[in-house]
Structures are given as C-alpha cells and as structure tokens.
Ligand binder design. Structure first.
Ligand code: F3S
Length: 778
C-alpha cells in the first residue's frame, strides 16, 4: 500500500522540497485511523495527526473519543518547513548555532521585511534601511549560506506573502517565527506562529510539541458581494469571539460560502485568526487553491494536491467530523466592519461607525489611510482599491489625506506595475512603500503627526493589529482596521462619519458623487511576473560549511547568546517586582518600533522590558518601586535586582502576552533575572515561549488571589520539586506560599501550570536550547 501511495504522487524533482510528503502523510493518517477506529476527523486534525512523530504515543489516551485528545494531550509533531522574519530570525539562528548542526533538518527560509522603514517611498527607504541594518542582513545571509536556508533579502517582500506565493500548499505543516504565520492557512496549510526556540525544534528535527487544539468550525453560507470583502469575515468574527475567543482552538472554515472566496481572501481571513488568539486557521481544498498554485508556477504541486484530495480525501474534513463549537456567518448579510481603536476585537459595522465615533469621542477626521501589509496586499485587494481610485479620478476627486500602499512582495509589486495599478496609485497621490512591513510594525517615519503629540488622531488601515504605538510610535494614534476598500474610499472623505455605501461626497464643481462598489480581479489575466531578479534567492541552496558567521563583540546589534543557568533543584523564592494592570500584550512586554534593531542583542533589547505595562498599584506606565520606596523604570529595577541576586516575578491579569510570537517577551525577562510569571490567563504562544526559556508560567487557580498580592511580596513555591519529579504530569496545580512585604501573616495560594515532560526538561536544563544542545551533542 505504501508503494501504491508513493506512485500516486509523481512530483518533478525541482518541486519535491516544496511539496508536502503526501504519500507519507496519508500513510501516517491511515495509522491514525486504525488507532481512532475511523472516527471522523476535522481537516485540521487530519493535517496535524498526519504529521505526528509517533501516532500511537500521542493518541494513546484516545479511548473512544477525540475529546480525550483535544485540549488534553500534547502532540509531538514533525513540521515540513520553517519560515523566519528578519527580526525574530536573529534570535532563532543565534540559538540554532549553539546546537552544532551543519545544516537544517527541514527546508527553511529567512525574510528581511520587518527592519525596513516606511517614509518617502520604496527606493530611498530601502537604500537607507539596508545601510542601517547591514550588519544584521549580512549575519542572516551568512547563516542562510552556511546552513542552506533560503535568504529572501530586503525588498523581496513580506514573509507571509512570499510563503503564500512559494511555499504554502494544502496539507503542509509549517512553523513560522511570526504570529501571522497562519496566513498560509488560506492555501490549506496548518501554519503556526512560534518563537525562535520552537523554530529551532523544527530546524533541528526535534519533535515539536503542541497541546492538541480544540476545533472551532466556522460555517460560511451565502456569497460576498458589493463592498463586503474577506477582511470583513474576520473583523466581524473578532467582534464575536474577542481577542481571547480562539485561544486553544484551530479555526476551520467550511460550508458552501467558502467556494466564493479567492485563495488570497482566505489567507486574509486566516492571517487575522491571530487576532482572536487562535493557534491557526485553515480552509479545505478548493478550486481557488488549484488556480492560485497554477498561477504561482506550481502546476505539478496543484496536481499532487488534487490527487491527495480527490483520491485520498486528505484535504477536507471527514463526513460527520465534529467541531467543539460552530459559528455560522451568512456572507449575503455581511457588512463591512471597522475594528478599533487599540484592540482588534472592537468591531463596528460601517453603518454604525459614524454614530459610534461620535458617541465615543473619537476624532472627527481621519489623518491617513494605509493599505497593504501581509494581511491585504493581494492582486485582488490592489485591483479593488484601484477600481475605487479610478472612479474618483474620473469624477475629479482628489484624496483629502495621505495614502500609503505597501505591496506584499516583489511579485505583487511588479505585476501591479505592469498592469498600470502602481501608476494609478501614484498619479493619485499615493506613496508606494517598499515591499516590506514598514508602517505595520512601527517602522513608519511619519512627519505629519509628531510621535509625542498628545492629541488623538485616527488612521484607517488594512492591517491586522492596532495596539497603541504600533504604527507610528505614537500612543495617541487610533488605528482602525478595515478592508482596503474602506480605507481607499475614506481617503476621499477623511470624515469619520462617512459611509461610502450610502453617502455622497461633494465634487469641486458642487455636484455630489457616490462610489459604486469596488470591482477586482482574483488573479491577473496575464499571470504574475517575478519582477527584479535580484530579489529572488537560489531555489534550493546547499549548505556551505566553510562560510564564516561574524559577530563582533563590540556590536550593539548582535550578541552571541550565553546559556541560561539550569534549575538549582530547589523551590523558587521570588519577589513580586510588578503587579500589572489590564491588557499586557507582547507589545507592552517587548516594544517594537525603534527597539526592533536590537533583536539580535539580548542585553540591549532587554532595556525595553515591560515599558508599556501599567502598574496596578499606581496607574503609572513603566514604573516600579524598590523596597525603599524609590521608583525606577521597570527594566532598570529588573537590572538592579538581578545585580543584587534577587530573583523576581511579575503578576498580571488576562491573556498576558497576547499579540505576537515575539520571543523577547520571554527572553528578556529571563535574561534580567525573572523566573515566574503568574497571571489570570496566558496567550498560548507566549506561555510556550516562557517555558522554552526556562521560566515558570503559572495561572491563578482562583483569580481573586490576584487582589491579595502586592509588589514586594515574596512568593515561594511549596511543591515545585514534587511537580518536577512527576515530569509535570501534563499540567496540574502548584502551591505557593506568600510572605507579604507589609509584615502581615503568611498565607498560601494555589496556582496552575501546564508543564509537560519535555517542558520540565527545558526547565531543568535552563532552557529548551540548552536541552536540545545537550541532546544533539550526546
Ligand atoms: Fe509584517 Fe505587519 Fe505582517 S509586521 S508580517 S506586515 S503583521
């Protein structure tokens, strides 16, 4: 049967590394079906379980029901590929280097996108960003050459767009060091955002561990039309589920409405699954996937996927598969939504937006519009935006506010240039930025509104994330997330009360003008073109062991990592350095923007630790108090306590670490002497990242205990040694003795943990990397 399977998939050699090993995966799934007595599986489970290292071990507790696995058991998985963006790749590769391997175990790619500033336009921004970041790009390039990892240099595009165009394939399982890695789910992959240490698991071929997710089914009925777009599916869903609603779930879309979506539209929806905290999102195999694979020069892969789907039923859910929850969305009724400010789940339909803005006291005018990013820079997005601009141009309308366009890749940029879209953008006042993240990640050197402005200003973007200070470094910029269509229409009005579906705009000649709904093309009629050859790496680079990787000891950008100390074997005794109030995202814990340049230098970047956090006891930002009552910046007090040999912990509220896979949110606290983070609840990726760095993430068994704790209190674990001796037991409780700083009586609280055996090994070794390095060297 194995031979039958392999002969069914005859992929030409040059496509093999980019095609999931379908024969092996389907064979593995047959073993899974035997273990589960052919219990119907969701698509997400089929892809995940077909990547299990050892199905018998991971599914040992099946016992007749998938509910004994979902949300309960840890899966050990073999991902097919790893993708890394320039900011997080530095840490991933610095860690990979310590393992002593000559090449990576699976194909990998590095993408230079986060470190490019958006200011004046693509050419000058790229030149200056390359000059500023040369040392880092050279480091990444030399790592790529040495270990045989594809290096996509600055200007080539945004990681998720390049992955979609080149590497994502139905049934693939990949890891990416960026929280919007799930974008690849738009092409039927299971793609999960992780930190650098998890990426090292993938790169070294170490089984990667994931708590089996629950499955949230989203049934789409009807058909999108008019002004409604795929972005509205996810902005609407975010409003229902909130930023925590997807935690612990994979979101799987199904229903007849799926077939009306483009592949890139599905990618937009999966991309922003990160905003509801989902592990990832995915779609069943569609003809739109086949069309996209063919248009992106992967016809043989499309053929293999079609066989995997049609002959082996691999790329769709089994009939009768059960979801843990189902939400239904009728696309016929879906209205465009606008989400924000400051949180992606505050969702307002466009018909209510003006009124809501007035009631909430949001600014009356919009100050800038931005489209593109990894979320919305497809050919379809760009052609719909241009259809709006051309209507305005014809009517004699000029934009009222600055408008920026960020193409997702060189392929998109070159294709829209060939088709005259860039010309239309530029003739109508748009600034086309480099193929990079730019303003989406704080790399927006904005001149019209100063960073320090204390007045609120509103921007409309087609991006995915809108935490404070994310785009222009200004905490008072309110970023409203919506479709590129809504952003583009808005630049002609600038009035927060404007609804392009119903409202007209006054023309210079006094007449009124109303837009028709946008029209776009799913894919370019004349196919994609690649553009400038210098942006494309060698297709299948071989490792070159002689390449030297230079890290200067004087560098302020790169620093060789020193291993963290292993666990002492004793109970942990740590003081509360800070009690955090409310939302504490990875942007609060490890700010981006100007700090991004220190990603490869742990000591330097750690001076940003928790500078965005609010002190529960005083309401101040970036302020903590020492025992003598003296106030410090948070990282300064951490450094002081580290120097004094005083281990510390941080106490916080819900969904701590929400937002991104940003690994420094775990590395920096560990580097500065933190050992425990005790919260009401964690965002999944951040909790895992803490464990990988040898920290102990705990949650309150009783949330009210948060109120009983104060900064300076001493927390001492009572039964940590017992928990370690039991290898974590895949989660349980941990007792904690509290010695209040104010001298009042000691008391005990109960905490919960989710540590597995492997994670206990990381904890004991001091970090996952220490542990993997020990194993690889043995
Ligand atoms: Fe880049 Fe923003 Fe996407 S930072 S990867 S464009 S979310």
């Amino acid at each position: 049967q194995a031979a039958d399977l392999s002969s069914a998939f005859n992929v030409p050699p040059e496509y093999v590394r980019r095609t999931p090993p379908y024969a092996k995966l389907i064979g593995n799934l047959q073993t899974v079906n035997q273990i589960t007595n052919n219990t119907p599986l969701t698509l997400a489970e089929k892809i995940l379980y077909s990547h299990l290292c050892n199905p018998e071990e991971s599914l040992a507790k099946f016992n007749g029901s998938l509910s004994n696995i979902r949300g309960q058991e840890y899966l050990k998985l073999n991902p097919d590929r790893v993708a890394m963006q320039d900011a997080s790749a530095q840490t991933a590769l610095l860690q990979f280097m310590t393992c002593g391997m000559a090449s990576t175990a699976v194909p990998g790619s590095i993408h230079c996108d986060h470190l490019i500033v958006g200011k004046e336009g693509a050419d000058s921004d790229l030149t200056s960003s390359i000059a500023t970041n040369k040392e880092v790009f050279d480091f990444l390039q030399s790592c790529g050459e040495k270990y045989g990892i594809q290096f996509w240099g600055p200007g080539s595009g945004i990681i998720h767009q390049i992955v979609l165009e080149n590497f994502s394939v139905p049934g693939l399982m990949m890891l990416g060091t960026d929280s919007h890695t799930p974008n690849a789910g738009g092409l039927g992959a299971i793609a999960i955002g992780v930190g650098g240490a998890d990426a090292v698991d993938g790169l070294t071929g170490t089984p990667w561990e994931l708590k089996a997710p629950k499955i949230l089914g989203v049934k789409l009925t009807g058909k999108l039309s008019g002004w409604s777009s795929p972005k509205d599916v996810i902005t609407y869903l975010a409003g229902i589920l909130t930023v925590r609603g997807g935690t612990g779930y994979i979101v799987e879309y199904f229903g007849e409405g799926v077939s009306s979506l483009s592949c890139t539209g599905m990618a937009t929806i999966c991309n922003m699954g990160a905003e509801i905290g989902a592990t990832t999102s995915t779609f069943p195999y569609q003809d739109a996937h086949r069309r996209y694979l063919i248009q992106t020069n992967r016809a043989p892969i499309a053929e293999a996927a079609t066989i995997a789907n049609d002959q082996f039923d691999f790329l769709k859910a089994d009939k009768g598969a059960e979801y843990d929850k189902v939400i239904e969305i009728n696309l016929n009724d879906l209205e465009p939504h606008v989400n924000g400010p400051f949180t992606p789940d505050l969702s307002t339909p466009i018909s209510k937006f003006g009124e809501t803005a007035k009631n909430e006291g949001w600014p009356e005018n919009v100050s800038a519009g931005l489209i593109g990013s990894c979320t919305n820079s497809s050919y379809q997005d760009m052609s719909r935006a241009v259809s709006i601009i051309r209507q305005a141009e014809k009517a004699g309308l000029k934009p009222k506010i600055p408008f920026y366009v960020t193409p997702g890749s060189e392929q998109i940029r070159a294709t829209i240039e060939r088709d005259g879209l860039i010309k239309t953008f530029e003739n109508n006042g748009a600034i086309v930025l480099a193929n990079a993240c730019g303003p989406c990640i704080g790399q927006w050197d904005r001149s019209d509104v100063p960073k320090t402005s204390t007045d609120f200003n509103a921007i409309f973007t087609s991006f995915n994330r809108n935490f404070r200070a994310r785009n222009d470094g200004n905490r008072n910029t309110m970023n409203f997330l919506t479709s590129p269509d809504m952003v583009t229409a808005m630049i002609y009005s600038g009035d927060m009360n404007y609804n392009p579906i119903t409202d007209s705009i006054k023309l210079p000649n006094g007449e009124s003008f109303k837009f028709e709904p946008p029209q776009g093309e799913e894919l370019p009629d004349d196919g994609f073109i690649q553009g400038r050859a210098e942006f494309y790496p060698e297709a299948d680079p071989k490792p070159k062991p002689d390449v030297k990787i230079n890290v200067s000891p004087d560098s302020d950008r790169l620093q060789i990592l020193e291993p963290f100390a292993p666990w002492s074997g004793e109970e942990l005794s740590t003081n509360i350095l800070l009690k955090v109030e409310g939302k504490c995202t990875t942007d609060h814990i490890s700010a981006a923007g100007a700090w991004l340049k220190y990603k490869g230098h742990l000591e330097n970047i750690s001076y940003n630790t928790l500078i965005g956090a609010v002190n529960k006891e005083t309401g101040e930002v970036n302020t903590a108090y020492d025992f003598d009552g003296k106030s410090y910046g948070i990282p300064e007090l951490m450094t002081k306590w580290k120097t004094e040999g005083r281990p510390w912990n941080v106490v916080a509220e819900h969904n701590y670490g929400e937002g991104s896979a940003r690994e420094h949110a775990a590395l920096s606290p560990r580097f500065l002497g933190g050992s425990i983070i005790l919260v009401k609840s964690f965002a999944r990726i951040h909790e895992t990242n803490l464990k990988k760095q040898g920290m102990l993430p705990l949650t309150f068994a009783n949330e009210e205990d948060y109120d009983k704790l104060a900064s300076g209190d001493l927390l001492t674990t009572v039964d940590l040694r017992d928990m370690v001796a039991k290898d974590g037991n895949n989660g349980g409780t941990l007792r904690m003795k509290v010695t209040p700083k104010d001298g009042s009586a000691e008391f005990e609280i109960l905490c919960k943990h989710t540590m597995s055996k492997d994670q206990i090994d990381f904890f004991k070794a001091g970090s996952a990397i220490n542990y993997i390095g020990n194993v690889k060297r043995e």
